[in-house]
Design a protein around this ligand. Structure first.
Ligand SMILES: [Zn+2]
Length: 368
């Protein structure tokens, strides 16, 4: 029986196999086309077979080994295609074994590395290769797949973030699985069946993240402010500051009412949950006085500033001083929170007579 991502096994080309030159470009173009072909339903497998055979002929003289592999791949595809035609209907996707999954991830990584290597010289080809790697990854995860089968490939314990609502589940993983800094893939299930997947679906990931790590709930303005900052800050910084090994927790901080004396919250983690916080966590305490704001803007300025401290690693580096405050402000301006920074300064900034704080040096804050 065909394993869902078996195609990837025949794509074992490495960048050294195909030295730069005309044929290299031709081959990569063909591989890029394969990716496009793989997306089209219907005759997709037929197109792939034709393209693979063409590619094999094209490189036959110069790269016999590569040509052989391409031809083998085409033959394998053809066999599968014929088998499917005999039965009339395509076979349902079979779950992969953990070993096959690991091999698969290795193949995808190779293709992605190849794409990165050539990105400077051949950006379009690199993009096509990258897309091909993505296709290979999700090819076997057909829509309608049972959630239980899916979880045997992508174990729940490996999720980065997740959300459950009524009949719907969203599960987000690092892609590749072991790399929290590259990109994310979110799978959506409805009624226990896969309904779709999406790469770098940031609004959804933020929603999932906040459900687990934010003690404010919508429609509170503070929640909306945190959400907006996480959606707008640079993606790489977002990935780093919200990764599971070292997340940021957004908690309430009471400075009025009886709770100003003490309060407690729970962060609940069961043995079935994906582990968290192996590198600690950052607690961002958001005071109830932020409620003075009538719009999320000024709160966003404050939230972005605190997240900037996390990105700059202010506390862990021992930089708790006025320079660090100004650095955090400079960073959020660089991120594009110019308006929010101004609004926050007006509403929550140091006033005359306040205990000593860090006065901003106006010209400096405008430096990028
Ligand atoms: Zn600060």
């Amino acid at each position: 029986m065909r394993t869902p991502l078996s195609r990837a096994k025949s794509c074992k080309f490495k960048i050294e196999d195909v030295v730069p030159g005309k044929i290299f470009i031709t081959l990569l173009l063909v591989l890029g086309l394969l990716s496009a072909a793989a997306q089209a339903k219907g005759g997709r497998q037929q197109n792939q077979i034709i393209l693979l055979n063409d590619a094999a002929s094209a490189v036959e003289d110069s790269y016999p080994q590569l040509s052989k592999r391409l031809a083998q791949y085409a033959a394998q595809e053809e066999k599968e295609w014929e088998a499917q035609n005999v039965k009339g209907t395509p076979k349902p996707a079979a779950p992969m074994t953990a070993k096959a999954k690991a091999e698969e991830q290795g193949e995808i990584k190779n293709i992605k590395e190849a794409a990165r290597d050539i990105a400077g010289t051949y950006p379009l080809i690199a993009k096509a290769l990258d897309r091909m790697a993505d296709d290979l990854m999700v090819q076997g995860l057909e829509s309608g797949m049972q959630e239980a089968d899916f979880l045997s490939i992508y174990p729940f314990i490996k999720t980065r973030d997740f959300r459950h609502k009524g009949l719907d589940d969203w599960l987000t993983y690092n892609e590749p699985l072991g790399d929290p800094y590259d990109r994310l893939i979110t799978f959506h299930f409805h009624g226990g069946k896969m309904a779709g997947w999406k790469f770098d679906d940031r609004p959804e990931v933020v929603k999932e993240y906040l459900e687990e790590n934010c003690f404010y709930r919508p429609p509170s303005l503070t929640y909306l402010a945190v959400k907006d900052v996480l959606e707008r800050m640079p993606y790489k910084d977002f990935l780093s500051a919200t990764r599971r090994a070292r997340p940021m927790l957004f908690t309430e901080f009471y400075n009025e009412g009886t709770a100003r004396f003490a309060s407690s919250s729970e962060y609940i983690l069961t043995k079935d949950d994906p582990p968290c916080c192996s590198e600690g966590f950052t607690i961002i305490k958001l005071g109830m006085s932020l409620g003075l704001a009538k719009t999320p803007g000024p709160i966003e300025g404050v939230v972005a500033h605190e997240i900037a401290h996390r990105v700059l690693n202010t506390i862990r580096k021992g930089n708790v001083n006025c320079d660090a405050e100004r650095a955090a402000n400079r960073l959020i301006i660089k991120w594009g929170f110019v308006k929010e920074f101004k609004e926050a300064s007006q509403l929550f900034g140091q006033k005359k007579g306040d205990p000593a704080g860090c006065q901003e040096v106006p010209h400096k804050t405008n430096v990028k």
